[in-house]
Design a protein around this ligand. Structure first.
Ligand SMILES: Cc1cc2nc3c(=O)[nH]c(=O)nc-3n(C[C@H](O)[C@H](O)[C@H](O)COP(=O)(O)OP(=O)(O)OC[C@H]3O[C@@H](n4cnc5c(N)ncnc54)[C@H](O)[C@@H]3O)c2cc1C
Ligand SMILES: Cc1cc2nc3c(=O)[nH]c(=O)nc-3n(C[C@H](O)[C@H](O)[C@H](O)COP(=O)(O)O)c2cc1C
Length: 502
């Protein structure tokens, strides 16, 4: 073979290899669409994902289930019916696993989706100004490309469980019209999950002397039976108001010890009811008879449960959390963080339920983990470390950021042990108020870009937990700088980059 033929052959082989690699690479993280009915979810903390799973089950094998980001332009053009369950996050933003889809659809010709029928169930919370914003924008985007809506946008409002149930019934009817049999009972668990009771059995300040707000470790022991959860899951705690926040209201209403049947059907005193009602900026009514005053109180909405990333794993009798006090400008403590850290005593009971957070569950044990977080985000990261420590698996790298190198070292003893026994292969704790070397986790990531890429070549997954603003955004943009926008989006679609940020 003459020299030029050798070069031509080598070039052809290289081209063939690149095409194969590109194809394999491109399809990783893509959806497996095997039917013309598709149920897609965009979910940050698992609720929309679970509802989408129940929706797909309604079609007993005839529907494909995937994250919205996994759908390509070709996929969406080939589908007959698309059901979407989409939550909204941040300030009216899409969840991570739905963020890329709108631009995929926007690139299509105006009538490209004229053969597509769709229905959207939006999940949101009307306490946020941009209620269900992502579901609304998705509805508009699909409609603008010629797709036909099967019904108006259905909006589930987490602030109003009674209405949520009605919307779920409308969704059920919609699926029935498409021959789906939707198990309302199973989905209803997501609206009214069974509450369990636990007692606070340990409470410890994690950061004495910190320039930041106090952060506590709490251990909760389950009173009856067991609790089922895994690393990545979230506990929803039903807090109670501190007496100081409702005593003046009761005094003005001239009620207190009187009892009445509350909205859940039990007999409770006005004081007990006031402890569980959302008194945020309520204006007192101009009522003056006790019965009306009691009715007004009873009809106030219940306090919303507050979410905490579970910090433990591998124990079904107890669970652990980390709670940072929320302190308002006037010095008052937030309802739940005050309830959990100051207004209860050891042994006191509380009500909770577990929120399965599929989006933040552990990847396969053979995948190394790059765990990144700050502040109370140590909770979700510790759960994954505990899980690896109990069940084994590839090693982890923890990048954790706090303020003060002396005071802000939660779980320092445990982390040192995990470093010694190999659960942790690398530990980077950085401090924004370090007098000699102030740093954020995203700065340390940038400084260690080569190492990060090396871990990713070892098939590592990235898990981020803690503040969405500042840390979460900073980490995301450094990842995009180091790896490129497309790689980061692909890693999210593949579940190799997961976030529990709030
Ligand atoms: C997925 C997730 C995981 C989390 N994990 C953790 C964790 O591990 N550790 C941790 O410490 N925190 C965590 N949080 C935050 C936690 O859920 C609470 O938001 C935090 O503890 C403050 O709650 P609070 O009841 O003390 O404050 P609140 O009393 O809720 O006060 C907070 C702010 O909300 C305002 N507000 C109060 N009530 C209302 C209302 N009805 N409508 C509108 N605004 C209102 C208040 O004025 C105040 O500005 C997590 C949040 C999420 C979403
Ligand atoms: C940090 C955070 C930000 C949120 N932002 C919004 C919002 O802007 N608009 C809205 O309607 N709901 C918002 N929500 C409420 C969620 O959409 C709602 O809780 C939903 O049920 C979550 O579903 P998921 O678990 O599938 O992500 C927000 C919730 C959290 C925790």
């Amino acid at each position: 073979m003459i020299e030029i033929e050798k070069w031509a052959l080598a070039a052809m082989l290289a081209l063939f290899y690149s095409v194969i690699c590109w194809f394999l690479f491109r399809r990783r993280g893509a959806a497996t669409i095997t039917s013309d009915i598709v149920v897609a979810y965009a979910s940050q903390s698992g609720r929309a994902h679970l509802l989408a799973t129940k929706t797909a089950e309604a079609f007993t094998g005839a529907a494909s289930l995937c994250a919205l980001n996994q759908l390509s332009a070709e996929d969406v053009c080939g589908i007959r019916t698309l059901y979407v369950v989409a939550s909204t996050y941040g300030e009216g933003e899409p969840p991570d696993n739905g963020a890329a889809f709108s631009s995929v659809v926007q690139q299509l010709q105006p009538n490209a989706l004229s053969a597509l029928e769709f229905a959207i169930l939006g999940l949101g919370d009307s306490h946020y100004p941009e209620f269900c914003a992502f579901a609304k924008s998705l509805y508009g985007t699909l409609h603008a490309r010629g797709a036909t809506p099967l019904c108006t946008l259905l909006e589930m409002d987490a602030a109003n469980p009674r209405l949520e149930q009605q919307v779920l019934t409308q969704w059920q009817r919609q699926l029935q019209a498409g021959d789906g049999v939707f198990s309302f009972k199973a989905a209803d668990q997501l609206v009214h999950p069974t509450r369990q009771r636990a007692a606070i059995c340990e409470r410890r300040l994690l950061n004495p002397g910190s320039p930041g707000a106090p952060m506590y470790f709490l251990s909760l022991s389950v009173n009856q039976g067991a609790v089922s959860y895994q690393a990545g899951d979230i506990i929803e705690i039903f807090p109670k108001n501190n007496a100081s926040s409702y005593e003046s209201i009761l005094a003005q209403l001239e009620i207190g010890g009187e009892s009445l049947t509350d909205t859940q059907g039990g007999k409770r005193t006005a004081t007990e009811i006031a402890a569980t009602r959302d008194l945020y900026r309520v204006s007192l009514p101009s009522l003056n008879n006790k019965t009306d005053n009691l009715k007004w109180l009873n009809n106030l909405p219940e306090l919303a449960p507050r979410q905490y990333s579970i910090a433990s794993a591998g124990n079904n009798k107890s669970l652990e959390i980390v709670v940072r006090q929320h302190i308002a400008d006037n010095g008052t403590l937030g309802v739940a963080s005050g309830f959990l850290t100051e207004h209860t005593s050891l042994g006191d009971e509380l009500e909770f339920c577990i929120k399965q957070n599929i989006e933040f569950h552990s990847p396969d044990a053979d995948k190394p983990l790059i765990l990144i977080g700050n502040g109370s985000g140590i909770a979700g990261l510790r759960a994954h470390l505990k899980h690896r420590a109990c069940s084994g698996g590839a090693p982890c790298w923890l990048l954790y950021g706090e303020r003060d190198p002396q005071a802000d070292r939660p779980f320092a003893g445990e982390l040192t042990e995990w470093l010694a026994c190999g659960v942790l292969e690398q530990l980077d704790c950085v401090f924004s108020r370090d007098p000699t070397h102030p740093e954020y986790v995203q700065d340390r990531m940038r400084a260690n870009a080569d190492l990060l890429e090396h871990w990713l070549q070892r098939d590592a997954c990235i898990l981020v937990c803690g503040s969405r603003l500042g840390m979460g955004e900073g980490v995301h943009s450094v990842l995009e700088d180091i790896l490129g926008l497309k790689t980061v989006a692909r890693m999210q679609a593949e579940g190799r980059y997961r976030r529990d940020v709030y």
